[in-house]
Design a protein. Structure first.
Length: 263
């Protein structure tokens, strides 16, 4: 499996980029993607290790990224700059979806009193766009802009159930990693789960991503029937009320599909 951004394992130079890694832009992409969700600062040596690019080349490119504002200096280390945040915030599809659904997420949170996530499909992973939660101890650790596997998350199972057959084939071909002892790693069992998702209209994940937590998710469709993303509720397993969460999520999903400001 190709290491994800911020993976601690060394990365073969150009992994996942093909011939593009030989270009200046390709190398800059590798440098920016070396920063994981949990990373604040990275040293020149660590960036070189994660990207497979020589220290001299990383240093030279980092100077240009600093001038652009994509990176910032923190002593002798580097961190992502405000320019990266600014450009990401400009993505129209993401901004409209996040801003449009946020009020529904807040209403849902006050109804169920558990953490609510909005996620979209990005490649072969779930990308979390927004989160509404209470106290930090109320739910498992999660971050906006964080990524998780499709096969082990409720939001991901929704994407797989309502996505194309090619998507499921690609996920299975890459390999179903075991995240916890409860993670479904057999393709046939995953296919059975996805059939159940289509029958019920929602997905349930019990401790497949984080031991002790359960998630319920529903698809978010646009007016044309296009799958926009997925909305989920996550709670500790011992108090998770799946039927209640599913009903509340389904009601919100129907409202969103009628909201012209989102579609």
């Amino acid at each position: 499996m190709t290491p994800s951004p911020g993976d601690d394992s060394p990365r073969r130079y150009g992994s996942g980029q093909g011939d593009g890694a030989n270009s200046v832009l390709g190398k800059a992409r590798l440098i920016l993607e070396a920063f994981g969700v949990d990373d604040v600062d990275l040293s020149l040596t660590e960036i070189s290790r994660r990207t497979g690019i020589s220290k001299a080349s990383v240093y030279r490119l980092n100077q240009e990224l600093l001038d652009w504002g994509m990176l910032e200096r923190s002593g002798q280390e580097y961190r992502l700059g405000l320019r990266a945040f600014e450009l990401g915030s400009r993505v129209p599809r993401i901004r409209v979806l996040r801003d449009g659904i946020r009020p529904y997420m807040e209403s849902l949170y006050y109804s169920v009193k558990e953490t609510v996530h909005l996620a979209v499909l990005d490649g072969l992973e779930v990308l979390y766009l927004e989160k509404v939660a209470g106290a930090p101890q109320a739910t498992r650790p999660s971050r906006i802009a964080g990524r998780l596997p499709l096969h082990s998350t409720a939001t991901g199972k929704v994407m797989l159930a309502y996505g194309t057959g090619d998507l499921l084939e690609a996920v299975v071909a890459r390999g179903l990693d075991r995240i916890t002892p409860a993670t479904i790693v057999l393709p046939r069992m995953l296919a059975q789960q996805l059939r159940r998702v289509r029958e019920d209209g929602y997905a349930v994940e019990r401790e497949e991503t984080t031991t002790g937590y359960c998630s319920v998710a529903v698809p978010i469709f646009g007016a044309s029937g296009l799958l926009l993303g997925s909305l989920s509720v996550t709670a500790p397993t011992f108090r998770a009320d799946v039927p209640r969460y599913a009903a509340a999520l389904t009601a919100v999903s129907r409202k969103v599909s009628l909201d012209r400001s989102i579609n």
